[in-house]
Write a protein that binds this ligand. Structure first.
Ligand SMILES: [Zn+2]
Length: 171
């Protein structure tokens, strides 16, 4: 089943609503373990599992909608725990698939990869998850619109490249 069409503004609004429902204040960054704990508390069927590095192939993490399980390789788990921006974004991407109700086994892989080229449905879901992840970590609120990319990166614990993309999205 194809995902519902959402405009960028709708994706941002959903991410902000979910962020707030989970109890993250707009002006604070999302901490990885706090996020896992809050997701389990709010969605009792949600679970995450650490898997050996390499088990998911080229995928950095994976959401399985049937098992309602987020699979995180050890290396990504450790990096997210240390607060590394890229790993945090990987996890937020999978949370996007989960909370947008995407169907299937979905992963964070390079944009424009084979699955995306072959399937408009997968392309649509991946686009939504990418946008959602950035919007979840860097909420679309007035104060953020006045920040530079460097300030976004520092304040919300995301990589500089992710902050630059988000800055351009919020123009
Ligand atoms: Zn994905």
């Amino acid at each position: 089943m194809a995902p519902a069409f959402l405009t960028d503004a709708q994706i941002d609004a959903r991410a902000l609503a979910h962020r707030r429902e989970l109890g993250f204040r707009d002006e604070r960054g999302v901490d990885f373990m706090t996020l896992m704990t809050k997701l389990k508390a709010r969605y009792p069927s949600f679970a995450y599992e650490r898997v050996p590095d390499g088990q998911l192939g080229e995928a950095e993490a994976q959401w399985d909608s049937r098992a309602k399980r987020l699979l995180i390789p050890e290396g990504v788990f450790a990096a997210a725990n240390r607060g590394e921006g890229r790993a945090l974004m990987t996890v937020a991407h999978e949370v996007g698939h989960a909370l947008l109700g995407h169907d299937g086994t979905l992963q964070r892989a390079p944009a424009g990869n084979r699955a995306e080229r072959l399937s408009p449905r997968i392309r649509a879901m991946e686009y939504q998850a990418r946008r959602y992840a950035a919007a979840f970590l860097i909420p679309d609120v007035e104060a953020v619109r006045h920040m530079s990319a460097g300030e976004m990166s520092e304040h919300y614990g995301v990589s500089m490249s992710a902050a630059m993309v988000r800055k351009s999205e919020l123009k």
